[in-house]
Design a protein around this ligand. Structure first.
Ligand code: TYM
Length: 328
């Protein structure tokens, strides 16, 4: 069977190297080998409050960053979720077959809802809609970071459930692709929490658009430990372990090679070299971002992407509606 890939990054904040390690760098590598759909899940961003102007800006920013990172729109469809109505429609149908108990077990929901006085119902039902994003395109593989594992499991369960309840082969069962290295990049200020777009503390993340001096300063301040040995040990040394993963993603070196290189050397020079490795990758990406952002070419790519996506989605949606008993 032909490989079909779908994935996306929410425009809920500025993109950081966490999303790059867990997702974006994988997207680029995969487009050679598969039929790809890379979308911007803007409908999902509004599960928590978004300033309308910022949402529009961030959405365009992510689209430009996809291309700047190397996604080739000739091979891959790049589009906004909100421009393909089938996402919302299949999302509703998914919700009808999803149990409240299943959604209540989602750890990401619990984390995001924790401490908030009021939570939108969309934040709760969101994983059923994420399943729709994937299943609409009959995706065989979904490259994501570690934090999306549970959502992917729900998407797989829903695919099996629909196929069995409606006695038709409606959906392909998607496989997650979780990178061995880079799928779990932690906050620089607190390595017990993932580096997150929604963290208001700007020094907890390296943003893809950060200036070189900001990158050097943020890594220099990153929380580590007092052992002074550069080695990977997620239980005892999550700070250094996460920095090692970042180093590996951005340099292409293995964790073992990096550990050997910094034997007997303190954290200072390790962090300095790490910053330079990240800057070396981000500088060309930022340059190409500046050329693409705001261009007519980008608008054209997004229009074309939405048309291609709508066409692929229509066939699945029609089959599901028919199987469920709607008059189509
Ligand atoms: P989002 O927007 O939070 O993150 C986008 C992708 O980046 C990965 N990621 C990370 N990986 C490693 N370390 C980190 N610190 C880090 N932070 C983010 C995420 O795992 C994700 O792969 N629900 C999704 C968006 C989505 C989606 C989909 C993804 C909606 N529909 C369908 C795939 C398929 C989300 O909130 O990702």
């Amino acid at each position: 069977m032909e490989k079909r890939i779908l994935s996306g990054m929410k425009p809920s904040g500025e993109l950081n190297i966490g999303g790059y390690g867990g997702a974006l760098s994988q997207f680029v590598a995969m487009q050679e080998k598969a039929d790809c759909y890379f979308f911007i899940p803007d409908l999902h961003a509004v599960t928590v409050w978004q300033d309308p102007r910022e949402l529009r800006e961030r959405s365009m920013e992510i689209a430009a960053l996809y291309l700047a990172a190397g996604i080739d729109p000739k091979r891959s469809a790049v589009f906004f979720q909100s421009q393909v109505p089938a996402h919302a429609e299949l999302g509703w149908l998914m919700e009808t077959q999803t149990a409240v108990g299943e959604l209540g077990r989602m750890t990401q929901y619990k984390e995001k809802a924790d401490g908030r006085e009021s939570v939108s119902s969309a934040l709760f039902t969101y994983p059923a809609y994420m399943a729709a994003d994937i299943l609409l395109y009959q995706a065989t593989h979904v490259p994501v970071g570690d934090d999306q594992k549970q959502h992917l499991e729900l998407a797989r369960n829903l695919a099996v459930r629909f196929n069995s309840r409606f006695k038709k082969n409606l959906f392909t069962i998607p496989e997650p692709i979780i990178a061995g290295i880079g799928s779990r990049i932690m906050g620089l200020d607190d390595p017990s929490k993932k580096m997150s777009k929604s963290n208001p503390n700007r020094s907890s993340s390296i943003l893809l658009m950060d200036e070189p001096d900001d990158i050097r300063r943020k890594f220099a301040k990153a929380v580590t430990d007092s052992e002074g040995v550069v080695r990977c040990d997620w239980d005892r040394k999550p700070g250094i372990s996460s920095l090692l993963e970042i180093y590996s993603v951005f340099s292409g070196m293995t964790i073992g090679d990096i550990e050997s290189r910094y034997q007997g050397v303190g954290y200072g020079s390790f962090k300095e070299d790490l910053a330079e490795a990240v800057i070396a990758k981000l500088e060309p990406l930022q340059r190409s971002y500046r050329e693409i952002a705001g261009s007519e070419e980008l608008d054209r790519v997004l229009k074309d992407g939405a048309l291609r996506a709508a066409e692929a989605a229509a066939a699945t949606l029609k089959a599901v509606k028919e199987a469920m008993g709607f008059v189509v």
